[in-house]
Ligand binder design. Structure first.
Ligand code: PXP
Length: 238
């Protein structure tokens, strides 16, 4: 069964909007776990626009499932990750101007700096994943870099109009097949919602889907627990 990683960044977005103590992150973690989340993802951005250092500290101390820390491959973040020791680390590209992560890493261009980051992050004992586009050449380089896993960027699939959806779906399917052949754990995420998740969840070799924005948005109407259960049901019944 494909697992569901729940990204709680936007619980922190609401809190940081007013710098209030609520919504409480520990409560969000506990509800997520009791509602079927297989892991909890948090992206500690350089500009700290949502998740704060204390959120990942609280998560690490209390989590019963797995903590997946999303981060840019900077010296500051490698130090934090090595101190916190999450279960998984997903390295993502990061630009201050972007509203959200806009695409996969350019691992060919940044090979040396990523290699350095990966070597440094080995101290954390975390399984390290690279967030990349569904592209065979890029997956090959991820393997050369020594990554344990990849997370395939599903954003283009999620944003495509009906005529292009099949094309991106096929690319994600083929990329998953290739990654699996290279013995890389293969996750996927970004832009997945209640209308588009099932086609991705039918790709049997995927390990986990990481979903945030749509779940937190749906929780306004259903509550966090029901929003997670609804997503989990869609994945399981796909
Ligand atoms: N995976 C990665 C690497 C991401 O950067 C994000 C967004 O923070 C997600 C998954 C979740 O994307 P969404 O919030 O669109 O579900």
């Amino acid at each position: 069964m494909i697992k569901l990683g729940v990204n709680l960044d936007h619980v922190a977005t609401i809190r940081q909007q007013r710098y209030t103590p609520y919504p409480d992150m520990l409560t969000a973690i506990k509800i997520s776990e009791s509602s079927g989340a297989d892991s909890i993802t948090m992206h500690l951005r350089e500009d700290r626009r949502h998740i704060q250092f204390d959120d990942i500290k609280i998560a690490k101390q209390n989590i019963k499932t797995k903590l997946n820390l999303e981060m840019a491959a900077t010296k500051e973040m490698c130090k934090i990750a090595n101190d916190i020791k999450p279960d998984f680390i997903c390295i993502v590209p990061e630009r201050r101007q972007e509203l959200t992560t806009e695409g996969g890493l350019n691992i060919k261009k940044n090979f040396q700096s990523l290699e350095k980051a990966l070597n440094s992050l080995r101290q954390s004992n975390a399984k390290i994943s690279l967030f990349i586009e569904p592209d065979v050449e890029t997956i090959k380089i991820a393997k050369e870099l020594g990554a344990d896993a990849i997370e395939i960027h599903t954003g283009q699939y999620a944003e495509a109009n009906e005529s292009k959806k099949e094309y991106f779906l096929k690319k994600i399917d083929e990329a998953t097949e290739y990654s699996h052949q290279l013995s890389l754990v293969t996750n996927a995420g970004h832009g997945l919602d209640y209308t588009n998740v099932q086609e991705i969840a039918r790709i049997k070799l995927l390990n986990e889907l990481n979903i945030g924005h749509s779940i937190i948005a749906e929780s306004i109407f259903l509550g966090l627990s029901e929003a997670i259960r609804k997503m989990k049901n869609l994945i399981e019944s796909a």
